[in-house]
Design a protein around this ligand. Sequence first.
Ligand SMILES: [Fe+2]
Ligand SMILES: [Fe+2]
Length: 316
Amino acid sequence: MVKDLSIQELEERFQEKINKDIKIEPNDWMPDDYRQTLIRQISQHAHSEIVGMLPEGNWITRAPNLRRKAVLLAKVQDEAGHGLYLYSAAETLGADREETIDDLHSGKAKYSSIFNYPTLTWADMGAIGWLVDGAAIMNQVPLCRCSYGPYARAMVRVCKEESFHQRQGFEIMAHLAQGSPEQKAMAQDALNRFWWPALMMFGPNDAESKHTLQSMKWKIKRHTNDELRQQFVDVTVPQAEMIGLTIPDKDLKFNEKTGHYEFGEINWDEFWNVVKGNGPCNKDRVETRRKAKENGAWVREAALAYSEKRQNRKSA
Ligand SMILES: [Fe+2]
Ligand SMILES: [Fe+2]
């Protein structure tokens, strides 16, 4: 009987389950901090998927041909689906969806800093798919083994779709890089602008990351920010070389001894500035989401009124 156990015993049993890689399910007992950490992480993740639709949605009407348009449209729709799974996963922990979304609109909740950068050219669709979805995969593949069941299971499908997103972006970049000098320059410019913000997606250095240790003990996280960032650099640099583009980092070099690339210092002032709401597009992104909710209010009201009408008719 759960009632007969002290909090300490419950916590010990909980950690034992985690150590044995047994998934935690919505109705299982869990420490409040575990629940709150997951609600924060999953809702931030959901917001990132939804806000992440905006920079690319901007280019759907301007895709260079029908094939590119169909692919981009499918990709952006996938992101909407990811957002919906994740809001549902947060709800299994007791989060209220309306409140969660209001927190995004009030600025209380965060989302990935990368989506506060503008998309200036078509090549940015390539850079985002290749780098941003590529970084997302690095972060999300280990989440398929996260200790919380609903989040882990949602990630399995999400990661399959992210892999398509990464490849469609790389294909755009490879194509432009082999095109006219203007097209190649456009691809290089997009890489120059998105490289560093993509590295920032992994979050602060391990020494600065306040949640990492506890999250790893709970097996929400399986690798530290710096480990994932290194993995991303190691995979991505050879891809850039393969298509003849240059990573914008003069300190980048391969270390034969470690088998890893060494890279330059990230501009953390820029990172924190964007996280605090002062990036190039923060205000614009939140305002667009807020307006979307406002403009859709009549749909929600009409649906509610209709269901009430039906209910009344049934009881009459
Ligand atoms: Fe996604
Ligand atoms: Fe994606």
